[in-house]
Design a protein around this ligand. Sequence first.
Ligand code: PEP
Length: 254
Amino acid sequence: MINLGNFSSIFVANWKLNGNIEFIDKYYQNLLPNSENCTIICSPHIFLKSLKSNKVNLFAGAQDVSEYNEGAYTGEISASMVAEYSRYVLVGHSERRMFFNESNDILIKKIMLAYKYNLIPIFCFGENLENREKGDYLSIIKQQIEKVIFPVFSSSVFLNQTLIVAYEPVWAIGTGKHASPEQISEVHDYARNLLIDNIGNIKGSVPILYGGSCNSQNAKSILEQKNVNGLLIGGASLDVDHFTKIIQIAHGLS
Ligand code: PEP
């Protein structure tokens, strides 16, 4: 039984470095989340406060959080600050790992601080093109999960905390080349078993999202896979009508 609460799927929009107040006003006027799904909009931090909405099952999420709680870290935004305006936070997006050199140790600190302030982390993992072509992608994925998620949950303090994970093959992000349903299914089944075998049934029930060039054309075939519990959407989420259409596709499937 996947721990989705009352939701049938989770949809996360990752706006990346995009958006302004006018964009948000229009977006929120036209966005149609629905009662069956959880919809999370991850905006740049500065707009989190503007994402307040009365719409049903619509939540704000941050795209990152500092590994520090307070102190002399100019420009950083801490988990306690993020928690004033949002419930969710992306941790370990491949763009953060690649462009900001975020190591596994840093990601562990971020997840622990997120939990301290009641944020729900959405932990991203996924292989790059070289790993995929060499065929060692499952061992890379194993390492990414093993080195971050297992240490966090080895402490009983965190065992009951909610976690969401997202499989995001780096070669599929922003490239227009999504992973096939078979490729997605293989990794999601693998990740599910890894979590069950190593941190037991509670964490074996975490929602596993897929991200990487999702759009309204491929959403249905991806969402139909057994261990796919939702989607993380970058480019296509910037067009509110397109994003709404993807959410409506899931509605049709449940
Ligand atoms: C992402 O930003 O995590 C992402 C999946 O982007 P895109 O949908 O554009 O590939």
